[in-house]
Design a protein around this ligand. Structure first.
Ligand code: HEC
Ligand code: HEC
Ligand code: HEC
Ligand code: HEC
Ligand code: HEC
Length: 635
């Protein structure tokens, strides 16, 4: 580790050769959970004490199970907040739990309550609901679960004091309208729907007016039910579905499991929060939504009745067992290159999974794109089944790399330009393209100035590419957007020799360098962008864009900053994000979303500044570019 840090440091210094002396980013940098949670505390207030506005809830000191459940609810869509969902979506449960533990463990003072200005009758009604409930409406006393002191109970029931009125109203309102849900049994959903609107006002106003007791710690367990009280227990959410893989695999199945990693099958074939490989993940295409199939061996809804021949037909010909032509959102246009032996191993592995009964939802394609006639026409123009033919003149390692990149790895499905019908041509494979439906730019893997593998061993050579694919980050590059799931689900698990083979193959595919590929430089001077950078970014990325090894990616002499298409940069600043969580980097650092903090002009200015500072020489980002991203559907 120390060696890696030193090496990364050495590379960083070579790149910032213009800097007079190395200025280390934020002298206060500390490798801690608090540092990782900076992506959260921009909204949730310093250390998670709550934002100043009553809308961004407190996190500090809440029961760990409660916080963890909320992270799952927000990630999996039982609770809605787009900016948080985007941040949380790629994070695995193990990391969400650590974030929950971090905030739960903080013991910080609460703000003073807002004095009540309500009529005494309203306040009295609020207090009655809290202490006694309303038997006529079948509403239990809030204290029954939230505790006599209303400080909550470990692990899953939160306290109700110290929260702003607006926040409490929004939560009970959310449950009433179905906007907020919890794992079943969702008892708060039932309770909130039994309260009348005036009861909601009474109880939230009363709660917000109470001081928080000196000991605000949640009870160690749920309070005992008072005699005669009706049992309504909840707050013991089950953990999300575990891996369906059975433990003892044969050698063939083990090989299949590895190949499934190389093809990232589970990423597309697992719905968010669903059982692995059971399908129904919506895949967005420019022509509509395609739902992935259930690959578990369930007889009625999965591959239970399939033979290895049926499976081969799907992988190699893109045809289902019943003869239906499959949509190329299933990348059989790449998978067709795999050998029959590899397909059989994959099939053996999939058949070893526990069967999950889950019917696949029908696709939602715009007419005529989803029809069999359209698929037939598309395939006759753009698809030819073929098995990879090793080139005799090349080494075994080179051929292995080519096989993985163009076959199971399906790198070209995102990294190639596509025509209006979504097809890519052989001549432009891996030359970079826009993922239209997802609105991300996947840079060229054949241009070493974009994302190709540089000759030699510099910051973007073979070593660095292997490290990037294995860990998700290097000193000079950090994976984001749809590439996150490629690293998290696939390349981090590949053997070193396979990653090396892929990088070596990619290096051999480099196009001749075209020196004029970089646009006109931003007009100097750029004081405004520089000032914004110092205010919002330098704490993490360093005063000279040098970053912090192992934590914050360097922005100096960065390829990603100079890609011809700037949408990824705009998105990163607007939505923030975490580097991929991988075995080698299980607790990645995060960047906060700036969408609510920076205007479109600010974002354009700060990006234009960093695109032309510290060895970067790319064209400015305009305010129109930023506004276009903001207006895109999604948020
Ligand atoms: C862009 C602002 C923003 C960022 C960044 C953000 N959150 Fe949130 N978070 C919110 C808002 C707003 C809510 C309330 C949503 C609602 O009302 O349902 C929320 C709710 C939550 C809750 C539920 C709290 C409760 O008491 O019910 C948790 C837990 C949480 N966030 C944790 C995090 C963590 C961890 C991060 C960093 C990985 C994070 N948030 C980043 C805005 C943000
Ligand atoms: C049967 C147990 C139970 C009772 C009774 C109960 N609650 Fe809850 N409450 C919970 C649980 C469990 C949660 C956490 C839900 C989740 O995980 O989203 C919760 C969450 C809440 C929250 C969300 C807090 C936050 O930080 O976002 C509010 C507000 C709330 N309850 C208010 C009430 C009020 C008001 C009453 C009385 C009218 C009440 N509860 C009665 C179990 C209960
Ligand atoms: C980029 C997303 C994606 C990836 C990666 C992916 N699939 Fe799929 N797959 C799909 C979609 C979408 C469908 C449904 C196509 C349709 O119904 O027309 C599908 C369908 C299939 C089918 C046909 C099932 C049937 O009932 O006809 C098989 C078999 C299959 N995939 C196997 C795999 C295997 C094995 C891998 C990994 C090597 C894999 N897929 C990787 C998206 C993907
Ligand atoms: C699902 C689409 C998708 C697939 C499949 C995919 N990529 Fe990417 N890749 C992207 C996008 C989008 C980016 C730009 C975002 C980023 O920088 O991480 C990217 C970025 C990269 C980068 C540059 C990272 C940097 O910041 O310099 C490399 C290298 C890369 N991909 C290699 C690969 C390889 C090798 C494969 C095949 C194993 C692959 N990609 C498969 C979408 C994809
Ligand atoms: C709390 C620390 C933090 C702050 C503050 C921060 N960033 Fe980041 N930034 C990160 C992390 C962590 C990543 C890697 C995220 C990923 O891989 O998805 C990142 C990634 C980036 C990237 C993508 C670089 C690449 O190689 O792909 C850009 C561009 C960027 N930040 C610009 C900014 C700008 C501009 C600001 C100020 C407006 C800023 N950052 C503020 C932590 C931060």
């Amino acid at each position: 580790m120390l060696f890696q840090v030193l090496r990364a440091l050495a590379v960083a210094l070579t790149f910032s050769a213009t800097a007079a002396a190395p200025v280390w980013a934020g002298a206060s940098f500390e490798d801690s959970m608090a540092q990782r949670a900076l992506a959260c505390t921009g909204c949730h207030g310093e250390q998670g004490r709550a934002g100043p506005d009553g809308y961004h809830p407190r996190l500090a000191g809440k029961p760990v199970g409660y916080l963890y459940n909320q992270l799952l609810n927000l990630r999996d869509g039982r609770r809605h907040y787009g900016l948080m969902q985007g941040l949380l979506e790629p994070l695995p449960e193990s990391y969400l739990l650590q974030l929950a533990q971090h905030f739960s463990g903080l013991d910080l003072p609460y703000p003073a309550p807002v004095p009540s200005t309500d009529a005494p009758a309203i306040a009295a009604r609020g207090r009655t609901l809290v202490t006694d409930g309303d038997a006529a409406r079948d509403v239990p006393a809030c204290q029954q679960c939230h505790g006599k002191a209303l400080t909550g109970a470990a692990p899953n029931v939160p306290g109700l004091l110290g929260l702003p009125r607006d926040y409490l109203n929004a939560q009970l309102g959310g449950w009433r309208t179905g906007q907020r849900r919890a794992h079943t049994p969702d008892c708060m959903g039932q309770i909130a729907s039994r309260l009348s609107p005036s009861d909601v006002v009474a109880v939230t106003h009363w709660l917000a007016a109470q001081p928080v007791p000196v000991n605000a710690k949640p009870l160690a367990e749920l309070p005992k039910l008072p005699p005669g009280a009706k049992e309504l227990r909840c707050g013991s959410a089950p953990l999300p579905a575990q891996s369906a893989t059975s433990s003892a695999l044969t050698a063939l199945q083990t090989r299949g499991a590895y190949l499934a990693r190389a093809g990232n099958c589970q990423a597309c074939h697992t719905a968010i929060g669903g059982a692995e490989f059971s399908g129904n993940r919506p895949i967005e295409t420019p022509f509509g939504i395609v739902h992935s199939s259930n690959l578990t061996p369930d007889k009625a809804t999965g591959l239970g009745d399939w033979t290895s021949e049926d499976f081969w037909l799907a992988m190699h010909h893109g045809q289902s067992r019943d003869g239906r032509l499959l949509n190329p959102a299933f990348p059989y246009t790449s998978f067709t290159r795999i050998t029959r032996a590899d397909a059989d191993a994959l099939f053996a592995f999939l058949q070893s999974l526990a069967p999950v009964a889950q019917a696949t939802r029908s696709h939602a394609m715009r007419w005529p794109f989803g029809t069999q006639a359209a698929l037939w026409a598309w395939r006759s123009l753009y698809f030819r089944p073929q098995i990879y033919e090793p080139l005799r003149a090349r080494s075994g390692q080179w051929n292995r790399g080519a096989y993985l990149v163009n076959g199971l790895g399906h790198c070209g499905e995102c990294h190639s330009p596509r025509n209006a019908l979504g097809a890519s041509a052989a001549a432009t494979q891996l030359k970079g393209g826009v993922m239209v439906a997802q609105n991300w730019y996947a840079p060229s893997l054949r241009d070493p100035q974009a994302a190709g593998v540089m000759a030699g061993s510099g910051g973007y050579g073979i070593e660095a590419t292997v490290q990037l694919l294995r860990t998700g980050t290097t000193q000079h590059a950090s994976i984001n957007g749809p590439m996150t799931q490629v690293v998290q689900g696939s390349t981090q698990y590949l053997r070193e020799d396979d990653l090396r083979a892929m990088a070596g193959y990619l290096q051999s595919q480099n196009d001749p360098v075209t020196p004029a590929s970089i646009g006109p430089q931003a007009a100097a001077p750029q004081e405004r962008g520089a000032r914004l950078y110092g205010e919002h970014c330098a704490d993490c990325h360093g005063t000279r864009g040098q970053g912090v090894a192992g934590a914050y990616v360097s922005l100096a002499a960065s390829r990603a900053l100079q890609w011809p298409d700037s949408r990824n940069l705009i998105r990163t600043v607007m939505y923030g994000g975490f580097a991929p969580a991988t075995q080698a980097n299980p607790r990645p650092f995060g960047m906060p979303p700036f969408m609510l903090k920076l205007s479109d002009q600010d974002t354009a200015d700060v990006l234009s500044f960093i695109r032309s500072a510290w060895g970067n020489r790319a064209a400015p980002v305009t305010v129109q570019d930023v506004t276009r991203e903001r207006n895109r559907i999604g948020h």
